[in-house]
Design a binder for this molecule. Sequence first.
Ligand SMILES: [Zn+2]
Length: 74
Amino acid sequence: MQIRCPTCNKLTTWKENDFRPFCSERCKLIDLGMWASEQYRIIEPAESITYLDKNDEIPQEDKTQKPFSKDTDK
Ligand SMILES: [Zn+2]
């Protein structure tokens, strides 16, 4: 039986293949690594959103009281 490696699309055999459905250990690790980094991306934004929510209440008061130096420069 022949299968296609999901990582590099190379044909490989199912039998006597320690890394199936991948053709090699490298392709298996690449696939696992991509999967892990995708999970990271899902967790990261969720955390920054909660941080923004907390900080949003306090700095908004500060901004209205202090004049912007950029505006006075020009
Ligand atoms: Zn491969």
